[in-house]
Every structure is written in C-alpha cells, then in structure tokens.
Design a protein around this ligand. Structure first.
Ligand SMILES: Cc1ncc(COP(=O)(O)O)c(C=O)c1O
Length: 487
C-alpha cells in the first residue's frame, strides 16, 4: 500500500533530482509487464521499441494538435496515420477518419455522429436506439448513457457471436445504427459482420465495427493465413470502424482511430462554433487540446515497423496464444470458452470443486495480473508480445493455482473471489451498481482511497444482505400467490 503523503500543493519544489527519485519509486508499483506478468492493459513490444516511441513522443509532447494551422507537421502525421489505416482496412478513396485519445473516445464519437445524423435524416425519432451485441465493449453503454440513447443489447449465439436474427427483429423506426465487434473483448470472437452488413444495407442503417482490440492485428493475421472472417470496409454495409493504435498498433498510450466509409457519415461528429468571443472554434472529436505526443508516436510506430514488422509481431502473438490455449486446455479442470480466433481468450473452470476466481486470486498473489470476467465466471487474457516466452512460467503457476483452489474451497468466500463471485451471481443488479458507485465515491472522494483500501467487505456484506433480503421478499410473494392459486 502506498504511504500516505501530506495533502495540498507543495510550497517548495523538490527540484528535478528528488522528484525523479519519487517517480522511480512510483514506477515500481504494478505488475511487471516487461516480464509478461500482464494479460492485457499493456501492449509492450520491446525495450528498444519503447525507447524509440518515447524519443518521438517527447519531441512532440508540447505541441498542440488543437490548431492544425499552427502545428502543420501534426496535421500531416495524423493525415498519414489515417491514410495508412484506411488502406489497411480497404477503405477506398472516399474513406476518412480522425485520431482520438483512445477506444472510448472513438466509440463516443461514432455514436455521436450517428445520433446527429439521425437528427437530420430521421426527424421523427424521439429516443434513438442502437442495437449492439451483449458482448460489445462497455464504452457503448457509456456513450448511450451520455447521449440519452437506448442501447438494445442483442443476445449471443452458442459460439458467442451476436444473434443476427434477433437484431433483425429488433430494428424499428427509432433504430439509428447497429454495431458488431472484431473481436469482442469478453470471449475474443468476431461477430458475423457480413450478415450484419447485409442487414444494415437492407434496412439503410449505418453499421459500426468496434475493432479497438483487433484493428491492427487482424489484417496481419489474415495475411499470414489465419482464418479471419471478413470484418472491415470490404464488407459493403460497414460504415465506420474504431481501432486502437495504443493496443496492437504498438503506439504510445492515448491513440486510437475512428474511420468512416466517407465524409457523409463523419461530418456529423464535427463541432463548429462561430460566436465565441475567443474566436471561431472547430474540433473534429471530443478533446480540445491534443498533445502531439501520441500522434507522432503512432505515426512513427507505423513507419518504423512497416508491414513486415507488424507481420512478424502478429506471428509471435498468434504462436504465443496457441501455446497458451493448448496448455490451458490440457488442464483437466479448465477450458477455453468458445473458439476465439485471434489473441483474446477467456477460460473457466469445468470442475465444480475449483473456483475460477480463487485461481485468479492465487495468480495475482504470484504477481500475475489477470482480469476476471462474469457471465460465465472466467479469467481473461489478451496475449501480447510481452507474453512470448513466459507461457510455461504462467502455466506452472496456473497449475498450482488450480490445486490451491481445490484444497481451499473456503477461499472462494474471501477477497476478490468472494467479491466477483457475489457480483456474478447477484440477480439484483441494482444492488451491485449502488455498491460500485459507493466504491467510486470512496476512491474519488476527499479521502482518495486507493482501490485496495476501499472497504470492499462491508460493501460486499451490505450488497449481499440487501440482495438476500430482496430475494427473501420475492420468495415470500411467490409463496403467498401460490397459496391462493388453485394448483
Ligand atoms: C473491444 C474494445 N473496444 C473498446 C475498448 C475501449 O478502449 P479504451 O480502453 O482505449 O478506451 C476496448 C478496451 O479494451 C476494447 O477491448
């Protein structure tokens, strides 16, 4: 746990040297991603690549892409990043796009563009609706919450792709767009974008493909012969794609792309205001000031690696993923969920005596960072270059973790396992929401609690108590109704 520092603005500066010492201390907190300990969050290519990105980033970090007239080199680099991206996604000569700060901003802007477009073209729509798979990234829920759009979540087929027939049935006069993922985060599968594309064309609706994770990996996996189904602008109905440079684009953090089939769609996201005393203001996406760092670093990543470099990376990533999948599947207690084709997997326990969240907690104690999924309860892995060469070490710890979970069933009622177990089983989702809201208030309140200081147990107990009370009341109501019914 971090030592509590005195609050408030420092009166006397520490100077560069002392501050750097503190920076060094802080930089040691967190999982050792350079040694493959993270399964997601970090997309670290190599020490050399990182140093190269830092060098480019620092040259442009003070420059501001807010005003393309002032820093023309940033405009040039952004334009070239978008051109390289649209060519990779087979966008054709009309394709356009912008760079954003990350996947969430790309998604927020795509949804905004479609809402603004609908306001022009479908004036009868009072509350717009967007249909997306249940597995779609939560940034779509966020976007719809921010813009007061109804998000209609479509169920998944047995293979975890979206049920396109269900989507078809739910399209109505308020629908303004449909969404698919390539691949989706929870299980790593690619939705049937061709079927969604046909539907979108038939119903004259835009189709957004969220390729934040896969955008800069799938094209190269396809080129090395992996069975990747069509997902990009080659599918006629696809009108926009979000793809993150700071994931498999191996750029510095703070960089994503949002590309459109043509300006007909993208123009709706621009903000232009002409009556501000500060001058005429126009911006292409959410941010005002935009550091040149992420733009320049993304441009430099593309230029320095080229197709050859990305192909080589894709090969290493898919080989590491296959090795990981094979070795997890060899463990009799565990199995990979569905049939993920790229580098994202989820694995669950098929042995009721092995709690998968206890397995996760054990791995965390061993220094691995693994994310926990719900519905079904599972652990998650996004395989990166930094994981290459560390699969055996991980599997050794995973085997130990499985034994530990079996021998210590009570651990399922403690710590993260208990918390996630409760979250995943609780039928009354509002209770979870209130608890998490309270955790956020503790973390961002005046106390500024660190995540491990948040009083998880009392929140969990409270949530459990409320949840159980509600369940009891529900059961009582059911019983009393039953008593009065003639059967
Ligand atoms: C499929 C998908 N879409 C969108 C996002 C959001 O990206 P970001 O965290 O950069 O905002 C993610 C992040 O993991 C993702 O996996």
């Amino acid at each position: 746990m971090q030592e509590k520092k005195e609050k408030g603005f420092p009166q006397k500066g520490l100077g560069f040297e002392k501050t750097l010492e503190e920076v060094k201390e802080l930089s040691h907190q967190g999982p050792d991603y350079k040694k493959g300990k993270t399964w997601g969050l970090v997309y670290y290519a190599s020490k050399e690549h990182n140093q190269f990105l830092q060098k480019v980033y620092s040259q442009f970090s003070s420059q501001n892409a807010l005003n393309p007239m002032a820093f023309k080199s940033l405009k040039t680099m952004e334009k070239e990043v978008i051109e390289m991206t649209t060519s990779l996604f087979h966008g054709g000569s009309e394709a356009v796009g912008v760079m954003t700060s990350g996947g969430t901003e790309s998604i927020l802007m795509a949804i905004l563009a479609y809402r603004q477009r609908a306001r022009k073209l479908k004036p009868w729509v009072r509350r717009p609706e967007i249909i997306a798979p249940e597995s779609v990234h939560v940034a779509f829920n966020k976007a719809c919450k921010y813009y007061d759009i109804k998000l209609v979540l479509a169920p998944l087929n047995k293979d975890y792709t979206v049920d396109v027939n269900w989507v078809k049935k739910k399209i109505n006069r308020n629908t303004i767009a449909i969404v698919g993922s390539a691949p989706q985060y929870p299980h790593g599968v690619i939705d049937d974008i061709e079927a969604l594309g046909k539907l979108a064309q038939k119903k004259k609706l835009p189709l957004h493909v969220d390729a934040c994770l896969g955008g800069f990996l799938l094209p190269f996996l396809e080129k090395i012969g992996e069975p990747i189904r069509a997902w990009d602008f080659r599918v006629p109905g696809v009108t926009s794609i979000s793809a993150d440079l700071h994931k498999y684009g191996f750029a510095a953090k703070g960089a994503s792309t949002l590309t459109f089939r043509s300006m007909d769609y993208m123009k709706h996201q621009f903000f232009v205001y002409t009556d501000w005393p500060g001058g005429v203001y126009a911006s292409p996406a959410m941010l005002g000031t935009r550091s040149g760092g992420p733009i320049a670093a993304a441009w430099a990543a593309f230029k320095s690696l080229g197709e050859e470099g990305y192909l080589e990376n894709a090969k290493k990533i898919i080989e590491t993923t296959k090795e990981l999948k094979e070795k997890i599947n060899q463990l009799p207690e565990l199995e990979i969920i569905g049939s993920p084709v790229a580098s994202i997997i989820a694995y669950c326990s098929k042995d009721s005596a092995v709690n998968i969240y206890t397995v996760g907690d054990y791995l965390m104690q061993k220094g691995w960072h693994v994310d926990k999924n719900q519905m079904p309860e599972s652990l998650h892995a996004i395989v990166g270059l930094n994981n290459a060469g560390f699969v055996d070490e991980f599997i050794t710890d995973l085997k130990e973790a499985v034994i530990y979970a079996r021998e210590n069933p009570e651990k399922a009622q403690e710590g993260g396992a208990a918390m996630y177990g409760m979250i995943s089983k609780m039928p009354i989702r509002g209770v979870i929401k209130v608890s998490v809201q309270k955790m956020m208030e503790q973390m961002y309140g005046p106390e500024g609690a660190m995540p491990d200081e948040v009083d998880e147990n009392s929140l969990q107990a409270k949530a459990q108590k409320v949840g159980l009370q509600v369940l009891e009341v529900k059961d009582k109501i059911k019983d009393s109704i039953k008593g009065r019914l003639p059967f």
